[in-house]
Design a protein around this ligand. Structure first.
Ligand SMILES: NC(=O)c1ccc[n+]([C@@H]2O[C@H](COP(=O)([O-])OP(=O)(O)OC[C@H]3O[C@@H](n4cnc5c(N)ncnc54)[C@H](OP(=O)(O)O)[C@@H]3O)[C@@H](O)[C@H]2O)c1
Length: 289
């Protein structure tokens, strides 16, 4: 089978391309933009285009058998149009566990696009990652590790009791591969989170332990911060975090994944293991002590 992959220069995409290379069972072509860092895709066939432009994807899809669209569920309408025009049937699309959020501003953009798939006439599968971490492209846990390494105090918004379930990018990439290749995945949606929920406080402490640091937690009440951010947003001041992000801190991000375990053989590693790998990676390049 020949597979078109979008998002190949990104965090999950790089992990997925590595799995494809290791398995060696399929040919690969990558959809890239003119501005993409294509040096990350050495040796791979490239097709220039944009996920927001169906015409460019039609050209990229010609001669392939499946499309693994990692670059964003928001492009589903263009992807479906391109699939139809290229006469392709098999689509695996990466969405997000944010689809479960009780906040509509998080869930609706995912759900609205996922809802286009059942009527598409395609053989589709959706995977929904939780927060992804790992590799030099990680913007989540690498930031946390570097902060913990440098700062004697850690400011914590809210109680820290809310749950998180980050997934190591390589485990997620293997889950995505299984969603593409295992029989019986057509028309299915799989949540692919980390192995178990952790409170944010546990997450920070586990990361600090990995660095042999003791995190001195300074609690900051979330609500006054959110209100201040709302005011700043109303008058157009640029802020490092949004009021919506602070609001979402109250929400537990815990996701059962029994279906993925059963049907995909999905077994993500413990956060403690994944974060230790990343601390090691940062230590090697001198970014943490
Ligand atoms: N990161 C997370 O914690 C997280 C959590 C849940 C779900 N997800 C979803 O998982 C997927 C992968 O996330 P990620 O963290 O690996 O993303 P990422 O590192 O930010 O990479 C995004 C990738 O998509 C490509 N891309 C973006 N817009 C494009 C367009 N218009 N046309 C073609 N390619 C485009 C980028 O290409 P360039 O190199 O050209 O920029 C890049 O390869 C995304 O759909 C994301 O929404 C991510």
């Amino acid at each position: 089978m020949k597979i078109l992959v979008s998002g190949g220069t990104g965090l999950l995409g790089q992990g997925f391309l590595r799995v494809l290379r290791e398995k060696g069972e399929h040919e690969v072509r990558c959809l890239v933009r003119r501005t993409s860092p294509v040096e990350r895709l050495e040796g791979l066939e490239l097709a220039y285009g944009d996920a927001g432009d169906a015409g460019s994807m039609v050209r990229a899809l010609r001669g392939t058998n499946a499309f693994v669209h990692v670059a964003g569920v928001q492009y589903t309408p263009e992807v479906l149009e391109a699939m139809r025009r290229a006469g392709l049937e098999r689509l695996v699309i990466v969405s997000s566990t944010s689809a479960h959020s009780r906040f509509e501003f998080r869930s609706a953009p995912r759900l609205v696009n996922e809802a286009l798939l059942p009527g598409s006439g395609l053989r589709w599968t959706v995977v929904r990652p939780s927060m992804i971490y790992g590799s030099e492209l990680d913007h989540n846990m690498h930031k946390l590790l570097r902060f913990l390494d440098r700062s004697p105090v850690f400011p914590l918004f809210g109680s820290g009791e809310n749950l998180w379930q980050p997934v190591y990018y390589e485990d997620l990439a293997r889950g995505l591969y299984a969603a593409l290749t295992k029989p019986g995945t057509d028309g299915q949606i799989y949540d692919l989170p980390g192995p178990r929920p952790l409170t944010y406080l546990d997450l920070v402490r586990t990361a600090a332990d990995t660095l042999d640091k003791k995190a001195r937690i300074v609690r900051i009440p979330a609500e006054p911060v959110r209100r201040a951010l709302l005011v700043a947003e109303r008058i157009g001041l640029p802020m490092p975090v949004s009021s919506e992000q602070v609001l979402r801190l109250r929400e537990d991000k815990a996701y059962p994944y029994e279906k993925a375990r059963r049907e995909l053989g999905y077994t993500p590693r413990a956060f403690k293991e994944g974060i230790a790998l990343e601390a090691g990676r940062l230590r090697e390049i001198g970014l943490v002590r």
